[in-house]
Write a protein that binds this ligand. Structure first.
Ligand SMILES: [Zn+2]
Length: 249
């Protein structure tokens, strides 16, 4: 790791995914001096039953920005479309360009297996981009010069900790987030368009309560009130040491 402050980038599919899956860990990393970036592939254009895509996207970009600001993070949107995220040259180019401009030491991505294809595609795009951003002849004019390293890559828990067949996906490590859980909840509450929609569907604050219940479930594994689970990508070429747990030790 370089001498500048470590740079941490989460790249997940939709606005609010980071707040659900990894915001607690991001907050803890900020507390030890890391520079934070939160990116989403889409602006959440399908996240409303009433508003047109442009209107809900505008609202959700500003909600994501407000949530990122609570963590002191910079927000990036790659402007792909909900339910239409594919492993293809255009989104890969955008992801490589993002990595080359942010130059992260640590990247957080979706689980390769999740309930939702957008999440699985996002995971594959980020995994490929982590490797490919260091290949100068790929998209030579995308963003800044090629990376001189492959970042540490971690996969968040899938939603509800299950793959698309309903099987449990156990984490390799759980990060204690009890000290920042309320701030994580405040970040999630910034996504008012989604929270209100779910509240009217369920008649309760399902959005925040589900996040808190999951954090409590993961926390139980380490005797903490709240935690987030991760797995590290340890494929060929990727760093093998655990930068995340080292920073938060
Ligand atoms: Zn999502």
């Amino acid at each position: 790791m370089t001498r500048r402050a470590p740079v941490v980038l989460s790249v997940l599919a939709h606005p609010d995914d980071a707040e659900i899956l990894c915001a607690g860990t991001l907050l803890r990393l900020a507390a030890v001096g890391c520079e934070l970036h939160i990116a989403t592939f889409t602006a959440g254009d399908c996240g409303s039953m009433e508003l047109a895509p442009e209107a809900i996207s505008r609202m959700r970009r500003s909600e994501a920005l407000a949530a990122a600001e609570l963590a002191g993070a910079r927000y990036h949107c790659l402007e792909e479309l909900d339910l239409l995220l594919f492993y293809a040259p255009k989104p890969l180019r955008k992801t490589v360009s993002l990595l080359r401009s942010v130059r992260p030491d640590i990247v957080l991505a979706h689980s390769p297996a999740d309930y939702m294809p957008d999440h699985e595609m996002a995971s594959l795009l980020v995994r490929a981009a982590c490797f490919n951003a260091a290949v100068p002849n790929l998209f030579p004019r995308a963003g800044a010069p090629a990376l001189d390293h492959i970042p540490h890559l971690y996969y968040c828990d899938p939603i509800e900790g299950k793959d698309s067949l309903g099987r449990d996906v156990p984490p390799d490590m759980v990060i204690d987030i009890a000290s920042v859980l309320d701030t994580k909840a405040a970040m999630l509450a910034c996504h008012a368009s989604q929270r209100d929609w779910l509240a009217s569907q369920h008649g309760m604050d399902q959005y925040i309560e589900a996040m808190r219940a999951w954090a409590k479930h993961r926390g139980a594994a380490i005797g903490s009130a709240a935690a987030e689970g991760f797995r590290q990508h340890l494929g060929h070429g990727f760093p093998q040491d655990n930068a995340l747990t080292k920073l938060l030790a």
